[in-house]
Design a protein around this ligand. Structure first.
Ligand code: OKP
Ligand code: ZN
Length: 343
């Protein structure tokens, strides 16, 4: 299958993150995409192509105008206050505080439009995020035009980003933007299967009240893992979307054997739903050596994951999400894609 990749995605290069309440070196770094690209090339997965520019409209189908304007103007406003290093949010409008009126000060806006302090914004962050969205859209368009599958080598990831907030290393929800684009270009039903170790809270919330986009997520139990505040088993959609969201939270230490049962369950939902397209939010952070995660996948298990997905027989768009064991990331990612292609 073809891979879509843009060097502009490397321009988001955070130095630090606040992780587990402490300032640490960033883990969502450009090297992640570079090693996946090198492995795609060395294992001859297929051609690597640049994304097209789809402009602002597909982004605005998912994200609010004020959020997009905030992201677009952020760095200029941040540096206008005299600051020059990457920005971390630090105050949020939680229970008892008011979201409206919106603050004028950039520090207040940072809190209004974010969900955590772990996701710094730098000078080129939004440019990279837009390149990632275009990467995802190009992959979706290829499959819409008849390819069996395509791989959007997206970075930064997208599944934690909501309608009007960033967080969890995500700024634009690449999977949601592609799903909406497919709906706007003739698809009746799109399914998103999120196999990242972390719950895809942004994607879930964007489609929570809709039946035209099915969201299925397998992930670490939010009772003990980020994002902590969404991804429980009883979240199944609301209003018209009732029954069109499904969650499989799993305990820390989950290995392939236990995971496969949940995956089989999710695959059954996919076969019943019969989507025109399947989007896979492809996190590689279920790996046993992932530095921030607690599942126990071995590298070979990613091949099995790819094989299982191929059995569905659906036109499939793979979009990279997380995965932080950089040395093994290329191997694990291409294992999924090769497992899918070779069956
Ligand atoms: C992004 B993606 C580690 C702290 C976690 C944020 C994780 C974001 C993951 N205990 N901080 O879903 O891979
Ligand atoms: Zn993750």
């Amino acid at each position: 299958m073809k891979t879509i990749f843009s060097q502009n995605q490397l321009k988001h290069a955070p130095e630090h993150e606040i992780s587990d309440g402490q300032l640490k070196p960033a883990v969502e770094i450009p090297e992640r995409a570079e090693i996946v690209l090198r492995t795609v090339q060395s294992r001859e997965l297929g051609e690597v192509v640049e994304p097209k520019d789809f402009g602002e409209r597909p982004l605005a189908r998912v994200h609010s105008p004020d959020y997009l304007a905030f992201m677009e103007s952020f760095w200029e406003r941040w540096t206008a206050t005299g600051r020059s290093s990457e920005a971390f949010p630090f105050v949020w409008p939680i229970r008892s505080l008011r979201e409206d009126p919106a603050p004028d000060h950039i520090d207040g806006l940072l809190g209004r439009y974010s969900m955590d302090a772990g996701t710094p914004i730098g000078p080129h962050t939004f440019e990279a995020a837009k390149a990632a969205a275009n990467t995802a859209l190009t992959a979706a368009e290829m499959v819409q035009q008849g390819e069996r599958a395509a791989f959007g080598l997206c970075r930064p990831p997208g599944h934690h980003a909501g309608h009007d907030f960033f967080g969890g290393y995500c700024f634009l929800n690449n999977a949601a933007i592609s799903a909406q684009w497919l709906r706007d270009h003739g698809a009746d039903r799109v399914a998103i299967l999120d196999v990242d170790y972390h719950h895809g809270n942004g994607t879930q919330s964007i489609f929570y009240d809709r039946s035209d986009v099915l969201f299925l997520s397998l992930h670490a139990d939010p009772k003990v893992e980020y994002p902590y505040f969404l991804g429980h088993e009883d979240e199944a959609g609301e209003n018209a979307g009732k029954g069109y969201t499904r969650n499989w939270p799993m305990p820390l230490g989950t290995n392939w054997r236990a995971y496969e049962e949940a995956l089989d369950d999710a695959c059954r939902w996919l076969l019943v739903y019969k989507p025109d397209y399947l989007i896979v939010s492809l996190g590689l952070d279920c790996f046993e050596k992932d530095p921030i995660s607690g599942f126990k996948f071995e590298s070979d298990d990613f091949t099995k994951l790819g094989r299982r997905l191929a059995l569905l027989g659906l036109p499939t768009i793979f979009l990279m999400e997380g995965g932080y064991a950089v040395d093994a990331l290329g191997t694990n990612c291409v294992n999924v894609l090769e497992g899918f292609e070779r069956g």
